[in-house]
Design a protein around this ligand. Structure first.
Ligand SMILES: [Zn+2]
Length: 348
């Protein structure tokens, strides 16, 4: 029985105690290390979250009223929120700055607030802000420009046209805006027939020589004969995607055969064989392929004024607000539609 017990004076007892102590220390230091690591990582996550989440409305109010940051810093912060598309925070900052009372001219902050409301789609609030600015500072062309845009987006074209008068008085260029607004008014007029609208749009186009795309897109859709009758071959390049997508049934072969660009375009599309080469790279490739490959054209649109790219045609750039600055860029791409048509036919 005694053989199972070790006496405390036994040297083996000290060795066992030593190893037990080593084990206990190693065990605790291991768990303490793990705990510390977890805590550090939790702290860092919390710290980084502080940058990810935005200050609440109340926090913002306290921060602004405490005056720890200068007015300029707040304006810069609001501008960076605006640029990142976080309009809500930008609006909160401008509103708080206006409520606290600004050292600089509140008109500037009101303008920035109005511009943010407009960008965020709060058109009614934007309208009120710009009208308030104009009440005290009627000669502010920037506010007038935005008020015009607000009315245009609200489809209140009458009011938008009224804004052109003070802009005109300030010697600002308004001819393009007037032509565009009159065209939009016509397109939205339910009392006019498509024939009347088409003819009135052509009148505007002849007078101003702009909005070629808007006018011919409407004419080719509603009255192709009228479109071809007034078609100006020198404008073909501006309408390249529109022409590319025209229904084969409404093509006017007499006009196409008399214009080099149209001959190349429709040969590249595969409707006709009136060209063997083209100075436009994409047309040239498609003409040489003679429809043997599954290729077609895709388009994207670049604003000639600010170089912003869009997947769809636009008449007023939503970035720089210029009118009639869209230019179509051609890209060779796979013809998915042709694939579908061939697959459908193979089942017949
Ligand atoms: Zn632009």
């Amino acid at each position: 029985m005694n053989t199972f017990f070790i006496e405390y004076r036994d040297p083996l007892f000290s060795v066992i105690i030593f190893f037990v102590l080593v084990f206990v220390i190693a065990f605790f230091s291991y768990w303490f290390g793990r705990y510390k690591k977890k805590e550090d990582s939790r702290y860092l996550d919390k710290f980084l979250q502080g940058f990810g989440s935005l200050p609440s409305h109340h926090e913002l109010k306290v921060l602004i009223t405490s005056g720890e940051l200068s007015e300029k810093s707040w304006l810069l912060l609001a501008q960076s929120y605006f640029k990142n598309g976080d309009y809500e925070k930008s609006i909160e900052i401008y509103n708080e700055l206006l409520a606290v009372g600004m050292k600089s001219n509140p008109r500037d902050t009101m303008f920035l607030l109005g511009r943010t409301y407009f960008k965020a789609g709060f058109l009614e609030r934007a309208r009120k802000i710009f009208l308030e600015i104009l009440k005290t500072n009627p000669r502010t062309p920037q506010a007038l420009n935005y008020l015009l845009l607000v009315y245009e987006y609200m489809r209140d074209y009458e009011s938008a046209l009224e804004v052109l008068e003070p802009l005109d008085a300030l010697q600002k260029e308004t001819a393009n805006d007037a032509a565009y607004l009159h065209s939009l008014m016509l397109l939205n007029d339910v009392n006019k027939s498509s024939q009347e609208k088409g003819e009135a749009l052509l009148e505007i186009h002849k007078k101003t020589n702009i909005l070629t795309y808007l006018v011919f897109e409407y004419l080719f859709r509603t009255n192709p004969k009228l479109a071809w009758r007034h078609f100006d071959g020198s404008q073909s390049e501006k309408l390249v995607d529109l022409l590319w997508q025209l229904d084969a049934k409404i093509l006017d072969l007499d006009i196409i055969s008399q214009n080099g660009y149209l001959r190349e375009l429709f040969t590249a599309r595969g409707d006709l064989k009136l060209a063997t080469k083209s100075s436009v790279f994409e047309f040239d490739i498609l003409i040489k392929l003679e429809g043997k490959s599954n290729a077609t054209l895709a388009f994207e649109y670049i604003c000639d004024s600010c170089k912003q790219t869009y997947p769809f045609i636009f008449h007023r750039c939503s970035s720089c607000h210029s009118i009639d600055t869209a230019r179509a860029e051609l890209n060779l791409t796979k013809d998915y539609y042709r694939n579908t048509v061939e697959e459908n036919n193979s089942f017949q």
